[in-house]
Write a protein that binds this ligand. Structure first.
Ligand code: ADP
Ligand code: MG
Length: 262
C-alpha cells in the first residue's frame, strides 16, 4: 500500500496500475497503466473487443479487476483501506461511490414512460431523496444546458436519438458527478445528429469536467482531447497528446487502426 499516488504534483482523478481483468479463461485487460488528471478530457480509442468498455466498467464498479490497482479520486476502487488492511466494499458503499461517476452509453436507456425532465430528476429524487421541486429546477437547468429546454415535457419516443442522448447526459449530470465516462456516445446516432451531442460534450470539457471518452470521433479527440490512449487486445499500445498520436503514430498497430477510422 505504499504506491505513490501523486505524480507531478497532481493527484489523478483516475489511476490504473497493472490492471488485469479476465472473464473465465478470457484474459481481457492485460496490465493497463494510465492516469487521468482532474479536468482532463481523456480519449480512449481502439478496435472493437480491445477492452475499452470493460475498462470503463471497472472504473465504475460494474466489474471487479483480478489484479493490479485502480483508484478514483485517490480511493481504491472496490476497497476500503484501514491501516494496512483492505476491506471489500459492501453493496451500499459501492452504490455510494457509483453516484459520483456519471456514465453515458451508446444506447441511451431513458425510461420510456417518463418525460425528459422526469428522466433527469429521477436519480436525485430516488437515490438522493432530494425534494422534487429542487430536482426539477436543476433538471430544467440541465436540459437548457444541453439545448433541450423546449423538450422537457417530451417523452423519449418524441425525441430524436441525438436529443435522447443529450437527455441521458443531463441525467448523468443531475447526480453532480466528479467524473463522466462516455462509452461511444455517438456510435448509435445518425451522422447528422452526432454534432449536437459532441457540442454538449465540448461544453462540458470547457466547464472543467473530467471525462473519459471512448470514441471513434477522431475530430473530437483531436480538438477537445487532452490525452489519448490507443488500446488493442487489452494493452495500451500508445498514448500521448491526441495531435501527436493521431498525427504521428509510432506503432504499426496504431497506424493500421487509424487508417481504418480516419
Ligand atoms: P470494446 O469496448 O473495446 O469493444 P469490450 O470491453 O466490450 O471491448 O470487450 C472486450 C472483450 O471482453 C470482448 O471479447 C468481449 O466479448 C469480452 N467480454 C466483455 N464483457 C464480458 C462478460 N461479461 N463476459 C465474458 N466476456 C466479456
Ligand atoms: Mg465497447
Amino acid at each position: 500500500m505504499s504506491t505513490p499516488l501523486v505524480k507531478s504534483g497532481v493527484e489523478p482523478m483516475v489511476k490504473a496500475e497493472a490492471v488485469h481483468k479476465s472473464f473465465g479463461a478470457a484474459h481481457i485487460l492485460k496490465g493497463i497503466d494510465l492516469e487521468v488528471a482532474p479536468r482532463e478530457v481523456f480519449c480512449l480509442i481502439g478496435p472493437s473487443g480491445s477492452g475499452k468498455s470493460t475498462f470503463l466498467r471497472c472504473i465504475n464498479h460494474l466489474e471487479q479487476i483480478n489484479a493490479g490497482r485502480l483508484w478514483v479520486d485517490g480511493e481504491l476502487v472496490g476497497y476500503r483501506q484501514h491501516g494496512d488492511k483492505l476491506y471489500e466494499l459492501r453493496d451500499r458503499e459501492v452504490a455510494a461511490k457509483r453516484r459520483d461517476i456519471g456514465m453515458v452509453f451508446q444506447r441511451f436507456n431513458l425510461f420510456p414512460h417518463m418525460t425528459a425532465v422526469e428522466n433527469v430528476m429521477e436519480g436525485p429524487v430516488q437515490v438522493k431523496r432530494e425534494a422534487k421541486a429542487v430536482a426539477r429546477e436543476r433538471a430544467l437547468r440541465l436540459l437548457d444546458r444541453v439545448g433541450l429546454a423546449d423538450k422537457a415535457a417530451n417523452y423519449p419516443s418524441q425525441l430524436s436519438g441525438g436529443q435522447q442522448q443529450r437527455v441521458a447526459i443531463a441525467r448523468a449530470l443531475a447526480m453532480e458527478p466528479k467524473l463522466m465516462l462516455f462509452d461511444e456516445p455517438t456510435s448509435a446516432l445518425d451522422p447528422e445528429l452526432v454534432g449536437d451531442v459532441l457540442d454538449v460534450m465540448r461544453g462540458l470539457a470547457e466547464d472543467g469536467m473530467t471525462m473519459i471518452v471512448v470514441t471513434h470521433e477522431m475530430g473530437f479527440a483531436r480538438e477537445v482531447g487532452d490525452a489519448l490512449v490507443f488500446m488493442d487486445d487489452g494493452v495500451v499500445v500508445e498514448s500521448g497528446h491526441p495531435r501527436e498520436v493521431l498525427g504521428n503514430p509510432q506503432h504499426e498497430r496504431t497506424r493500421a487502426f487509424l487508417s481504418k477510422v480516419l
